[in-house]
Design a protein around this ligand. Structure first.
Ligand code: NAD
Length: 501
């Protein structure tokens, strides 16, 4: 079991070997290509995968198409699909330690955090199982005595599921069980940096009884495999989580065959701290909101907007608490922040810090990489940030907090709404009216009031503006993976249109 793994024993751990899941079989890539992954925290090889190419992607899509057009999955009773999804949830929990270990090795996140994410993911599979039995349409008995109208929910078909590297298992679990609950089939592509846990999920789904071809898994590069998945005419819908830039390109590419799209993209999420906040809770949330997952969260609270009268004292408190955040080897118990997941992201974060300095902001804490093996960055607080600086507008996706100030509600809301994003925000005040006024005026998909980064399967998640299109989770999550069909039924004699003259 995982708990005994340390940086020292890691060298003796067998390298994980992953293949492609196509039509119920684990296969090598057609051209024999391989993809390797090193742990970003230890710089050691941890996984080798068959690397899919265009031909593999086409085979996977053909398998999903057949499984949809002719297979059992879309034709099953909701109750039977629910049983399979519940079984998958049970198997996730049974194998949670192995999955969490894989997640930590590929992403660099602390093991205890990875474990909590796997448990949270199992909950999403359980929740989706309840929706499989509850998906239903509508009926109209009000259209006159000759007409009955019935609105059907039909599974939309083949869904391309494309996920990023920051929460690999959690994000695939926000999509796939809901698509399956609706009766869809899928081709899934995890990020090429963190494919291991999605491959493990593939075996769980086979063991849980998902029929061959209903879920296919491709490890591969976005611009090769992902490109086929967003443009192929046999794909009906794309469910994508990733950067706004790649998301926009995927939507543009999919337009040629007019696919339905669900996009969960970036954010530059503000936490608005009013002078009458619960001080300790707000300081703690500022720190948690930016360092959790090393700031590599679409939902990171990467901007603190703090009321002028408390700004200096608040910044000092945030800096002080940030000094004590434990950053380091994610396999060491008690570590709060691990490594940056990819080398590109590591460089991007450091470049953002340099640019903030050059623009005239003050790096009040941190700002550098931590020396030694692995890609670690110091908790970083940037003060004196002005709204037009890149550090106030662009997603850094790292442990870098930008602090801005405001005078009153109007200015706070204008700053909060002043980027192209609209994923989430938080309001900190002990006054009910202040909280609700801000919450109603901020244009974002999730507003936390006196809390931050909480999530529940029951509550919809997604963004306004360039943070995305559509909502995941919540009781309507399966409906997103359906088409709506209208049945109009006529009873009795029909009045002829043609009347002989
Ligand atoms: P990314 O956009 O680089 O990659 C996401 C996925 O898209 C990967 O699987 C990648 O291989 C694939 N991809 C790359 N090029 C493609 C192409 N041309 N066609 C199709 N697919 C392609 O994002 P990332 O760096 O993996 O993740 C970080 C980003 O994800 C951040 O911007 C973050 O805000 C966003 N994110 C958003 C949410 C959300 O729910 N809103 C959640 C997590 C991450």
């Amino acid at each position: 079991m995982s708990n005994t793994l340390t940086a020292t024993t890691l060298a003796a751990r067998p390298v994980f070997e992953g293949k492609l899941l196509i039509d119920g079989l684990w296969l090598e890539a057609a051209d024999g290509n391989k993809l390797e992954r090193k742990s970003p925290a230890h710089d050691q090889l941890v996984a080798v995968y068959a690397q899919a190419g265009v031909a593999d992607a086409e085979r996977a899509i053909a398998a999903a198409r057949r499984a949809f057009d002719q297979g059992a999955w879309p034709r099953m009773r909701g109750a039977d699909r629910a049983r399979v999804l519940r079984k998958a949830a049970d198997l996730i929990l049974e194998r949670k330690h192995a999955i969490a270990e894989m997640e930590t090795l590929e992403s660099g996140k602390p093991l205890a955090q990875a474990l909590a994410e796997i448990e949270g993911s199992a909950d999403l599979w359980q929740y989706a199982a309840t929706l499989a039995r509850n998906l239903h349409g509508d009926s109209y008995n009000t259209l006159g005595e000759n007409t009955l109208g019935v609105v059907l929910r039909d599974p939309i078909g083949v869904v391309s599921v494309i996920t990023p590297w920051n929460f690999p298992f959690l994000i695939v679990s926000q999509k796939l069980p809901f698509a399956l609950a609706a009766g869809c089939t899928a081709v899934v592509k995890p990020s090429e940096f963190t494919s291991g846990t999605t491959v493990m999920l593939g075996q769980i789904l086979i063991d849980a009884g998902v029929p061959a071809g209903a879920v296919n898994i491709l490890v591969g590069l976005g611009n090769v495999v992902g490109d086929v998945m967003v443009s192929h005419p046999d794909v009906d819908m794309i469910s994508f989580t990733g950067s706004t830039a790649v998301g926009k390109a995927a939507v543009a590419k999919s337009a040629a065959t007019l696919k339905k799209v669900s996009m969960e993209l970036g954010g530059k999420n503000p936490q608005i701290v009013f002078a009458d906040c619960d001080w300790d809770a707000a300081v703690d949330a500022a720190v948690y909101g930016i360092y959790f997952n090393a700031g590599q969260c679409c939902n990171s609270g990467s901007r603190i907007l703090v009321q002028e009268s408390i700004a200096e004292r608040f910044a000092a408190a945030v800096v002080e608490r940030s000094r004590h955040v434990r950053v380091g080897d994610p396999l060491v118990a008690g570590m709060q922040v691990g490594a940056i997941t990819t080398e590109k992201q590591f460089r991007t974060i450091l470049n953002h810090i340099d640019a903030a300095r050059a623009a005239g902001a003050t790096v009040a804490l941190g700002g550098s990489q931590i020396a030694g093996t692995g890609m670690y960055i110091e908790p970083t607080v940037v003060t004196g940030v002005k709204p037009d600086m890149a550090i106030a507008r662009e997603e850094v996706f790292g442990p870098v907090l930008a602090m801005l100030t405001f005078k009153d509600m109007d200015e706070a809301v204008a700053l909060a709404n002043g980027t192209l994003y609209g994923l989430s925000a938080a309001v900190w005040s002990q006054d009910f009216t202040t909280c609700l006024t801000a919450a109603r005026r901020i244009r974002a998909g999730t507003i936390w009031v006196n809390t931050f980064l909480e999530g529940h399967a029951e509550l919809p998640f997604g963004g306004y503006r360039e943070s995305g299109i559509g909502r995941e989770l919540g009781r309507f999550a399966t409906e997103d993976y359906t088409e709506t069909k209208t049945l109009q039924m006529h009873l009795g004699a029909r009045t002829d249109w043609y009347v002989p003259r």
